[in-house]
Ligand binder design. Structure first.
Ligand SMILES: Cc1cc2nc3c(=O)[nH]c(=O)nc-3n(C[C@H](O)[C@H](O)[C@H](O)COP(=O)(O)OP(=O)(O)OC[C@H]3O[C@@H](n4cnc5c(N)ncnc54)[C@H](O)[C@@H]3O)c2cc1C
Length: 397
């Protein structure tokens, strides 16, 4: 379908004003206006900040959208699934609620206070800190007390999806669910995103890509731009493809009895055990009815890669067997119901090379996510999105 070309950018040099906001700082950066005369730039009212298309309603997408909430930006999020939150996901089944992706928000030291402030800003109703500690185990299955018994482990009685939900509630964004972006095209300064049903979305002046790196690389490989930008796109695609990922297959193991242990979770510290992580979802308020136990078992990347597609009736008993041995309770070999989730692109192991990604900004194409910052953490993805949103619109800072 033919898209109408984006209106010409109109930049007015004004003396003052608090509503100055422009992703078109590009003009300043590229030296179109000499800095002394560029006291302030304001777009005309019809083109106040422009239209922004974000691919992905995970935490990075939510961060971008929330930080643009105070602007005139017309923000649309295209999300392939029915919900929001991406890998910070929650499911409900048989009266239980469980987080089958990210378990909790555990901000690193530098982020602890701003993340704690953010989470209470998003609403303290239902926001809980898991009291029980995380302990460790090694390849032999020997369990030891952890060294961070007091570390924050933020969660919500309604589950981890609350993080993105609450942030998006504060964002003036339109979320289009069930839309999987397949290709992107830029003509005469206007972006159109076409989904897998061949429906076009846009035009957008700016596009932000937030899927995990391999999925973003696939989108970049299907991106076309008029003008001399092919080399720029190819170099960014290669950089994004190069981000290494860990695969995790998560099993949800339910039991009709209580499990009495002094810890919430166990983490494998030498990365040589078939189980990477196991935790007791009943330690989270509002997740599991009294008298029941629901374990989240995240299998190691090696186990998960090898057995990613193995049928549940073969894979789950094997996982449950490893968990039972680790926790030291034979009853755990026999859950009364199970569920699973494969995360092919669970966690990035490194950050993308920044330079080729930044080079895309000249064509109003941006990326955000845990793989941009190189930390597979919910809060890191969110803050990366926030920082990008603020860069798109300095007046929100
Ligand atoms: C098993 C597991 C356990 C984890 N445990 C923790 C933990 O305890 N604590 C913690 O802080 N972090 C944890 N993490 C990491 C954390 O979940 C991620 O770092 C964070 O959620 C990444 O957010 P994001 O927005 O960058 O990406 P995502 O959450 O992946 O969001 C990307 C979004 O884009 C959508 N999308 C993808 N492709 C398309 C497309 N073509 N079109 C439209 N939409 C698309 C996806 O559906 C998704 O909603 C864990 C992750 C996993 C998998």
């Amino acid at each position: 379908m033919e898209v109408s070309p984006w209106p010409q950018k109109r930049l007015l040099v004004l003396g003052s004003g608090s509503d100055v906001c422009s992703g078109r700082q590009v003009a300043a950066r590229e030296g179109v206006f000499p800095v002394p005369t560029l006291l302030l730039l304001k777009m005309s009212d019809t083109d106040a900040i422009g239209s922004i298309g974000i691919v992905g309603a995970g935490l990075a997408g939510a961060g971008v959208a929330r930080s643009l909430a105070a602007t005139d930006a017309d923000v649309t999020i295209l999300e392939k699934s029915r919900g929001v939150g991406g890998r910070a996901a929650t499911r409900r089944k048989h009266g239980c609620r469980y987080d089958h992706g990210a378990n909790y928000v555990n901000p690193s030291e530098g982020d602890a206070s701003r993340t704690a402030a953010l989470l209470s800003e998003l609403g303290s109703d239902g926001l809980v800190n898991i009291d029980e500690p995380v302990w460790t185990f090694d390849r032999t299955g020997t369990v030891s007390e952890g060294d961070r018994p007091d570390a924050d482990k933020w969660n919500w009685t309604k589950g981890m999806t609350q993080f993105a939900k609450r942030a998006l509630d504060e964002a003036a964004a339109t979320i289009e669910h069930g839309v999987r972006a397949a290709s992107i095209e830029r003509r005469e300064g206007a972006w159109t995103i076409t989904d897998t049903e061949e429906e076009p979305h846009g035009p957008f002046e700016t596009v932000v890509l937030t899927p995990p790196a391999p999925q973003t690389a696939a989108l970049l490989a299907e991106t076309t731009v008029d003008g001399e930008h092919t080399a720029r796109l190819e170099s960014a695609t290669r950089a994004v493809q190069a981000v290494p990922y860990r695969t995790i297959r998560t099993f949800v193991l339910h039991y009709p009895f209580e499990l009495d242990r002094p810890y919430y979770g166990l983490v494998n510290v030498d990365h040589q055990h078939p189980v990477g992580w196991v935790s007791r979802e009943e330690c989270k308020d509002g997740h599991v009815p009294d008298g029941e136990c629901l374990l989240i078992a995240q299998m190691s990347p090696e186990w998960s890669t090898e057995r990613y597609d193995e049928p549940m009736d073969i894979a789950a008993p094997d996982a449950a067997g490893h968990v039972a041995e680790l926790i030291g309770d034979d009853r755990l070999t026999d859950p009364d119901w199970v569920d699973d989730q494969g995360w092919r692109y669970a966690l990035p192991d490194a950050a993308v090379d920044a330079e080729p990604i930044e080079a895309l900004e000249a064509i109003d194409l941006y990326a955000a996510g845990d793989w941009v910052v190189g930390e597979g953490r919910a809060h890191a993805a969110f803050w990366n999105g926030v920082e990008l949103g603020e860069r798109l619109c300095p007046s929100v800072q």
